[in-house]
Design a protein around this ligand. Sequence first.
Ligand code: GUN
Length: 309
Amino acid sequence: MAVIIDAKPLFLQIREEVKREVEQLKKQGISPGLAVILAEDDPTSKLYVSKKVKDCAKVGIYSEVWELYDIPIEKRMNALINLISELNERHDITGILVQLPLPPQIDMYRVLGRILPEKDVDGLTPHNKGLLMSNYDLDRDPLPCTAIGIMKLLDHCGINVSGMFVVIVGRSELVGKPLFKLLLDRDATPVCVHRRSKETEKLLKKADMVICAAGRPPELFKEDPFRLTGDMIDEGTIVINVGIRRDGAGNVYYDVDFESVVEKCSYITKNETVGYMTRAMLLKNTVKTSKMFAERIHHLTLYNYNAID
Ligand code: GUN
């Protein structure tokens, strides 16, 4: 019988810890503020953003949402870049999040690269990605929320990945790529498979753990789906179920066929539960960046003072 992992209790515990930390920070004159930018009229993204805003309110973090999806697509990238520049300058905004995915016409890397690393709550700027690739401090540096959230959930469940062969399905900036590095740093043997990978079926059968983070958009799901079913894994595999997409009609597409997989695996995350970890880590990252931004302002003040002197 598989253990079914529910991340909600851990989310509630972390949210409470963050609330207390925000109270302490405010006493020191640091007020975290998060700006979330929605550049695509996507039902899944809108739902996630509404949850992020509610979470901020619960812990006393100021937040604001910028909806740019009504701007014509050919003008939207410039609008995004201009908005990020303005938000970088503001002192009441200490964290900036550009909700992904962006429309395909927009160069995600150019947009994300404009965010000040000290305000990058997603850990997706070149600077913070560099830290992930080199020497990071999990307590200080903002790293991609879902990836660090999954690692935290595994620790919480007492699952030690050392020596495990882990198949990550999907190579996104948010999940697949950062998880690969985090797992490697914990002595696992990760492999990232994707649409063009050969022998995915064989690798899945050999895996001690499968992390499904393909998240195929509904329009692609029909012709080119990824869906993990019980017959694709070995008995006792650990399955982490990340990828979900919704369409405008309210249909939900999961990467994992829970009913068949639960019969075969040793652990499985409940549908949608990994989202709680993303939300918890976003709150934590927003606190981290508020401290980093406060340090930055402090240095700038000192610098200006010396310059005048
Ligand atoms: N879309 C789905 N999850 C995330 C996330 O954690 N950050 C951003 N920026 N976009 C997302």
